[in-house]
Design a protein around this ligand. Sequence first.
Ligand code: DGI
Ligand code: FE
Ligand code: FE
Length: 239
Amino acid sequence: MNTKVLEIRKSLKKKLDPFRFEHTMGVAYTCQALAMRYEYDLHKAELAGLLHDCAKRFDNETMLSKCQKREIPMSDGELRDPSLLHAKLGAWYAKEKYGVEDQDILTAIECHTTGKKDMTLLDKILYVADYIEPGRYKASELPEMRKLAFIDLDLACLSIMESILKYLESTNCPIDTTTIDACEDMRRVVAEKQAAVQAVITVDQDTVSPTKEVNNDESVKRNGKNRRIRSGRQKRRRH
Ligand code: DGI
Ligand code: FE
Ligand code: FE
């Protein structure tokens, strides 16, 4: 076990309330499980999970003033719902207080609540892990999302984003433009992936169908050799 990880855990246990600490451990664990599945660096995934909610211990007023003091830029959405700021402030703490230099980890923490355009593998791992970690019980469609996360991470990401947007709309919560952009971008990613799969299926069918036609009349290339294929009628004539 890495000593830095042990130190971070110890510090978080002191600073976070017990529920948030348990959630944090669950997210770090789930980040590692997803990293195994999608062949990502386990240590980076664990650090992102451990530190993602490290700033989720301040009230909104305190977060606003801390962000102002540190000149962290705030969006309209964050000003309307400052609870969103725990992500940006968390990335600041991860760097300045916990000594994390790795920009991939810092970015994943910064976008873990809203998502963003062009999410990296680590961004998606953390975003999904935060939603499906074993301690979560309130989020909608959890069993389906948990299964999907280990089958198709992009699709899981999109399903979670759509579910969160639906919830925010239904409760009239102010929606940050980053949350909307993230969902639209993930829709594009999933659609492009599905189109690529469809293209492969179409090419496969095209390679198969000439064979069928050839079977009925002339020859087909098999194992690098042109072989004469007898049609059903020809075969019957032989017998
Ligand atoms: O910190 P956690 O509770 O573990 O999880 P999180 O950081 O993903 O925050 C989840 C909450 O953030 C969830 O209730 C939905 C909310 N959220 C996500 N995007 C937006 C948002 N809330 C508002 N008001 N606006 C958003 O754009
Ligand atoms: Fe969070
Ligand atoms: Fe969280």
